[in-house]
Design a protein around this ligand. Structure first.
Ligand code: ARG
Length: 583
């Protein structure tokens, strides 16, 4: 049980004895430590409902409140209840947390089966900078949810069946360079794609030819199918390299092509059930008047001051199915085959209307009741404040961006690191460079745009991964200097100094912070927590000598150090970030 859970249940018991009925009394961490460690405004909310005096109610509740073994409470202002946790309680918590492999993080009371749909690049094109957000945020949310006790299924819904294959296939037949393909497959596929895409912009005949290649592929043409298979294999190898580098993996790779056979029967069923109808030769799903507010209806759009239809097309007039059709088949598959209660789509904000439509359609099908979320995010900007672009004006390729980060880390490592061999320096630079990019990605509110600034990301004294990693390394070095084995599990910590108490306070919050991340899918709550904890550790380290202290104090401080290492390493681990042994 976390301190919040403990306080909430004791507070609820006190309210029960005063009011004679069961109520929920939420407790949160205090925003200002001068008033206490935790606070509750339950007395004010409950008094308002009952039209009584909040302060008087709070006083009665405090009189009935049993905080033995926890701390004290008092009232502030019109009826806030503030809790102060005693140093002895924090000390006992630290001891228990050290003995707990879950580090005091409770399992969820309502485990769900959650599909996390993330990364999902369109293959035959290299991943670009935009894919990093989905990949990193998705992987972090998946591992946090899994650790909290959910059954998580990660699925890389790659775009392996769309229009780009018409283009690549057409260009493949025109001008494939086999040698280049062997040397650098993704670059050659990109060249083919760009060649076809540039020509088809200028020339309708080329565009039509590309479209025909796609139709042939989707109708099972052997030659096109073989080309497609080779493209997929080559792209897969290229993607795997990046995922290895990012330390990201998936339970499934059910790309768009996996649903091909389900699409025709799906559209027939939509038609038969009256959920879709023909319109100008295409098959579309329209508004059904729910919700009544047109501004909230994803099947309507405002044009010339009027609300007009904005249907979801599920079969184009040429007979082809599309992204939307596939997504409907996918959500049905996840419901039926995996028994999913929820699906999280970590996809950039420009697809928000698509997902609103998809979720509405799912609600009209057997997937009603599934909790479907579009976890959207903003854009990565260059230091000029505009979306990050290469000099040629393209989106930078992800691999290049990672190389650049590692190059910058190499310089930083050469300047400040004490590792000895070239190999160690190279490994460290790779680890630091990638960690810095990941941490920065996760540290921003996902909906805001952020500036990609390598210097800031790598700073040793900033809101960065290296700052936290460095705290861990420094903390570990204390143990290296310790000249005897100490059985930390048997130590009863004593907390006297403010800096010790403060560190223990933050350690105890780990189990309170993690579950809140899933409320709004915000990994930045974890990065913020880890930074706070590392700062608390640094203040402790300044104020409280460890190895030079008397044995009982030293051992107590060692418990705090060990726990700090474990929580920082564990928290970073959930974010997909490792800690080096030395820096
Ligand atoms: N391939 C898509 C893109 O790059 C993202 C797919 C997201 N997942 C989904 N089920 N629609 O835009």
């Amino acid at each position: 049980m976390t301190l919040i859970q403990d306080l909430e249940s004791r507070l609820a018991a006190a309210f029960h004895s005063v009011l004679g009925e069961s109520v929920t009394a939420p407790v949160v961490a205090a925003t200002d430590l001068r008033f206490g460690d935790y606070q509750s405004n339950a007395a004010m909310a409950l008094a308002k409902q009952r039209k009584t005096n909040p302060r008087a109610l709070a006083e009665q509740v405090i009189a009935a409140l049993d905080l033995s073994g926890l701390g004290t409470a008092d009232i502030a202002g019109p009826g806030f209840i503030n809790f102060r946790i005693s140093p002895e309680t924090f000390a006992a918590r630290a001891k228990a947390q050290l003995a707990d492999p879950r580090l005091g993080v409770p399992l969820t009371g309502q485990p769900k089966t959650i599909v996390v749909d993330f990364s999902a690049p369109n293959v035959a094109k290299p991943m670009h900078i935009g894919h990093i957000r989905s990949t990193i945020i998705g992987a972090a949310l998946a591992s946090i949810a899994r650790f909290l006790g959910h059954r998580v299924i990660t699925d890389n819904h790659i775009g392996d069946w769309g229009t780009q294959f018409g283009m690549v296939t057409w260009a493949w037949k025109q001008c494939l360079d086999e040698e280049a393909l062997l040397a650098n497959p993704l670059q050659e596929l990109l060249r083919l794609y760009r060649h076809a895409s540039d020509l088809s912009k200028a020339d309708d005949a080329v565009r039509e030819a590309c479209r025909q290649e796609l139709v042939k592929l989707q109708q099972g043409d052997e030659e096109n199918f073989e080309i497609w298979q080779r493209c997929i294999e080559l792209s897969r190898a290229g993607l795997d390299k990046i995922y290895d580098r990012l330390d990201v993996s998936f339970d499934h790779w059910l790309g768009e092509s996996s649903y091909d056979a389900a699409l025709a029967p799906l559209v027939d069923r939509l038609l038969a059930e009256g959920l879709a109808r023909e319109s100008d030769g295409a098959v579309c799903i329209f508004s059904n008047g729910d919700p009544a507010d047109p501004a909230k209806d994803p099947f309507l759009t405002r044009k010339d001051g009027e609300w007009t239809d904005f249907p979801m097309i599920v079969r184009k007039s040429d007979g082809a199915f599309n992204y939307s059709t596939t997504d409907i088949a996918t959500v049905e598959f996840r419901r039926k085959e995996w028994n999913a209660d929820a699906a999280w789509y970590v996809v950039d904000h420009r697809q928000s209307q698509h997902f609103q439509q998809l979720f509405a359609v799912a609600g009209r099908l057997d997937c009603a009741g599934m909790d479907l979320r579009h976890i959207s995010f903003g854009t990565i900007l260059g230091t000029d404040g505009k979306p990050l672009k290469t000099r040629a004006g393209d989106l930078p390729q992800l691999d290049d961006v990672l190389d650049e980060a590692v190059a910058a880390a190499t310089t930083a490592v050469a300047e400040r690191s004490r590792v000895e061999t070239d190999q160690e320096r190279a490994d460290l630079a790779e680890l630091i460079g990638i960690s810095a990019v990941k941490f920065t990605e996760l540290a921003h509110h996902r909906l805001s745009d952020y500036v990609f600034d390598l210097e800031k990301m790598l700073a040793l004294h900033g809101d960065t991964a290296p700052y936290i990693q460095n705290s861990v390394v420094r903390c570990r070095s204390i143990f290296r200097k310790l000249d005897e084995e100490v059985d930390l599990a048997s130590v009863n910590p004593l907390l006297a100094e403010d800096a010790e108490i403060h560190l223990a306070r933050y350690l105890a919050r780990y189990g309170e912070v993690l579950p809140t991340i899933l409320d709004d899918h915000r990994p930045n709550l974890l990065t913020a927590y880890l930074l706070e904890l590392a700062r608390a550790y640094h203040s402790f380290f300044e104020a409280c000598p460890v190895l030079k202290a008397e044995i009982p104090v030293r051992n107590s401080r060692l418990v705090l150090c060990e726990l700090t290492i474990r929580v920082l390493v564990h928290g970073l681990g959930l974010l997909g970030i490792r800690c080096p042994e030395r820096m």
